[in-house]
Structures are given as C-alpha cells and as structure tokens.
Ligand binder design. Structure first.
Ligand SMILES: [Zn+2]
Length: 154
C-alpha cells in the first residue's frame, strides 16, 4: 500500500472529466487500497480518482462502519427534497462551504470486481455520494457554494 498525494485546488486536474473503468484487475485493487489509505491518513470521508491524479470514474468512502468502493456511478434518482449543509474537501483544505444537496439518492454503480450494485442512501451518506460523484465530473463544492443571502434563517 502507498499513500498518494492529494491534488490541491486550483490544480486543473480537478476540473477535468473522467473515463469509465473497464478493466477490473490487480492495478485497480492496488489503486483502491491506496485510495483508502490516503483517505484515512487525511481523515476524509470520501476520496475520488481526480483527487489523486487518476482521471477515472472511481471513488471510495468510509463513514462509521460503511466502507464503499464506487466505480462508474450513475445517479438514477435525486430526491426532490434538498437540504443545505456544510462540506469540506481534502482538495480544498481549511475551507467549509454550504452546499445544497438532495437528502436521498439512488445510484447504480460497479464494485471492485465489476459487479453491478444498487445503492440507496440518505442524509450524510447521500451527501458524500453526491460530493464524490461531482468530482468525477470536475465539479467542486466551490462551484455549488450557496450564496450567503440564501443562508439567512438557517
Ligand atoms: Zn471533495
């Protein structure tokens, strides 16, 4: 296992699109284990490929006892109900940003073996999934920052 370097904003890698993963081999397993190690070392809840310089559709997350590897995700359902919450990002240190997200999402993806998986999550897990999914499309929390006038009354 190796700890990877976390790409920092405003590195243009973070704004790029990612490619689908089609080969589920040893290289991928090593990448996944390195991503988990890197996320843990930086006390993150999630980490996406572009954040370690890999422009591929993959992210990992760990929250409480849930540890997930998400490959080639598609969000099938965003709940209409949305909620504003504070988010940080390992690529944008020392910055907390208010972001409006759906409170629940349904996702189709693949696991580390290429098996198709269906995921349905709400609350913080749904927020992490949407945050990491955004990374695969070059979207950062700064792009979604809720303007301060919308925060009145929070
Ligand atoms: Zn992030």
């Amino acid at each position: 296992m190796a700890r990877l370097v976390v790409v920092q904003y405003p590195n243009p890698i973070l704004k790029q699109q990612t490619k689908e993963i089609t080969v589920f081999d040893e290289r991928l397993k090593v990448l996944i284990s390195d991503m988990f190690e890197t996320m843990k070392a930086n006390a993150g809840l999630g980490l996406a490929g572009p954040q370690v310089g890999v422009l591929e559709k993959i992210f990992v997350l760990k929250y409480k006892r849930k540890k997930m590897v998400i490959i080639n995700p598609v969000i099938d359902v965003f709940s209409e109900k949305k909620e504003i919450g504070e988010e940080g990002c390992l690529s944008i240190p020392n910055r907390q940003v208010y972001v409006k997200r759906s409170v629940s999402v349904e996702m189709t993806a693949q696991n580390e073996n290429g098996k198709v998986i269906k995921i349905k999550e709400k609350a913080l897990m749904a927020r992490i999934l949407q945050h990491e999914f955004d990374h695969l499309n070059g979207v950062l929390i700064l792009d979604r920052e809720v303007p301060s006038y919308e925060l009145d009354g929070l």
